[in-house]
Design a protein around this ligand. Structure first.
Ligand code: ADP
Length: 483
């Protein structure tokens, strides 16, 4: 049941309100009880003062042995209050007179009987006379009494006056307060519960709306977005973040879709050439060995190109999924660069291009040698491919502070400024028509994407450092600390 955030919030909220109300009620009750007790005590002192004044006034000039009791009786008759009992005692604590002895109606005594003046509680109260805190609560009957004892002197003798005040009114008041709280707190909790549930439902309703909208978003309507009610509140922020996530998903979905479309497009050309060439060759039964040889050469070149594209696609998909196996070991970059140059020599010779090495020795590096070989070959291959006959291609390898810099410079036509930012995109070729027609050049526009990925997989980067009419320089920066 508590799986619903709404209910959980309501329960927490109601519990918090409940705790606060109960604390408040306890505090109020405690303060009231203390205040009433203080008021009772000061009332007892006032009553005793008044009694003492009357008592002294009633004492005759010639004081006989009965005079103090008589004066006490007069004072008791004068100060008759509901719930108040005066007990006039001798110095030993023997009651001489109490207002209970007076005519009926003097007071309501709450079943107090003169025998009770002999109870230990009462005696303890009267023994407090003259002490700094002569108050005591006596538990007689249901409510009990508050007692105040004071010594009185008359005719050289000491008497003790004990004033008892019923605690019934205080009890009743405190009972009233308690029952009021017992009634109010459940009602307040009920209201808080309903109010909390309503508020929680209202504030969480956008979440429910978002959830049901999100449930409808799929591949077919990835461009749909959640509504943002208030972009400044937390739920608005959540919706914005969710929409941004959808943006990214849509973008990557679109990239993936384009990749698949471009890939099939790229594969279609060599496949069509393979089919066309073989159909043409087979359309006539009697062909000369030279014709078969020529057709097979076309088929071989095209299947090579096809295999090359498939290999590149496979590399990129595995790289995207983070599944390309990279095996790191120590090797010398300078040796690798020289080796790659040797391999590129035949390509360069065929186009009458001069390869110029500028390689510093002892460049120890820690990385995947096969991948870096592929990177350098891609760059050299491009440089030779796009440089006209008679040009030069320079391969420079050097250490600069904590970095290795490998750059390939050609004297080709350069890449126009508006296309420079796009050459690392997948399937991008600056001159598609020319590239497609030159089937032997074999480029599908994936070489630089793969080269850049290889540099980044080694925590480095690949950039087009310069490109103008006099040629281009591609530069790879690799961290030397890897070595
Ligand atoms: P491709 O297989 O077409 O060579 P790449 O990804 O290697 O694919 O290169 C992408 C595009 O960048 C190429 O089609 C070409 O237009 C341009 N390019 C790459 N290297 C050079 C270069 N050295 N000189 C001029 N253009 C280049």
């Amino acid at each position: 049941m508590l799986d619903s955030v709404r209910l959980r919030l309501t329960v927490w909220y109601t519990a918090a309100v409940g705790v606060v109300l109960i604390l408040l009620a306890c505090l109020t009750y405690f303060l009231y009880a203390r205040n009433i007790a203080q008021r009772t005590d000061s009332n007892l002192v006032e009553l005793t003062d008044a009694f003492a004044t009357t008592f002294n006034a009633e004492l005759p000039d010639e004081i006989g042995p009965d005079a103090p009791v008589k004066a006490a009786r007069e004072a008791m008759l004068e100060h008759r209050f509901r719930g108040v009992v005066f007990v006039f005692q001798d110095a030993e604590g023997q009651p001489l007179l109490s207002s209970l002895d007076l005519p009926a109606g003097a007071m309501s005594n709450e079943h107090l009987t003169p025998e009770m003046f002999a109870s230990p509680g009462f005696r303890a109260a009267s023994s407090l006379a003259g002490s700094p805190r002569p108050f005591r609560t006596i538990h007689i009957g249901r409510n009990g009494f508050r007692a105040y004892a004071r010594p009185l002197s008359a005719a050289g003798r000491t008497f003790i006056l004990v004033v008892l005040q019923s605690r019934r009114p205080q009890r009743e008041l405190l009972d009233d307060i308690r029952s009021t709280f017992l009634l109010i707190i459940p009602i307040a909790l009920l209201l808080a519960g309903f109010g909390g549930y309503f508020l929680a439902r209202k504030s969480l309703s956008p979440v429910a709306a978002m959830a049901s909208k999100a449930r409808t978003i799929g591949a077919a309507n990835l461009h749909d977005r959640l509504g943002v009610a208030n972009p400044r509140d937390e739920l608005g922020q959540l919706a914005i973040s969710f929409n941004e996530l959808l943006d990214r998903v849509e973008e990557s979905f679109e990239r993936q879709r384009r990749f698949v479309a471009d890939a099939s497009h790229e594969l279609r050309t060599p496949a069509a050439i393979l089919r066309g060439e073989s159909e043409v060759t087979l359309s006539r039964p009697d062909r000369s060995p030279a014709e078969y040889r020529e057709a097979l050469t076309v088929l071989r070149d095209e299947s090579q190109r096809l295999a090359h594209i498939i290999e590149d696609l496979f590399t990129l998909t595995r790289a995207d999924a983070g599944q390309y196996p990279i095996s790191l070991r120590d090797f010398y970059l300078d040796e690798l660069a020289s080796d790659v140059l040797r391999h590129a020599r035949s390509l360069a010779l065929a186009k009458n291009i001069t390869l110029i090495p500028s390689i510093e020795p002892e460049l120890l590096f820690h990385g995947d040698e096969a991948l870096l070989r592929r990177l350098l070959l891609n760059l050299l291959d491009n440089a030779i491919k796009y440089t006209p006959a008679g040009g030069t291609v320079t391969l420079e390898c050097k250490k600069s502070s904590a970095q290795y810099i490998v750059s390939v410079t050609d004297t080709g036509p350069g890449i126009s400024p508006e296309l420079q930012s796009r050459i690392f995109e997948r399937f991008f070729r600056a001159d598609k028509v020319r590239s497609r027609s030159e089937t032997d050049s074999g480029g599908a526009g994936l070489g630089l994407s793969i080269a850049r990925w290889i540099a980044e997989a080694h925590h480095g980067r690949l950039e087009l450092a310069r490109s103008d009419a006099s040629g281009s320089t591609f530069s790879v920066t690799l961290p030397a600390s890897q070595s």
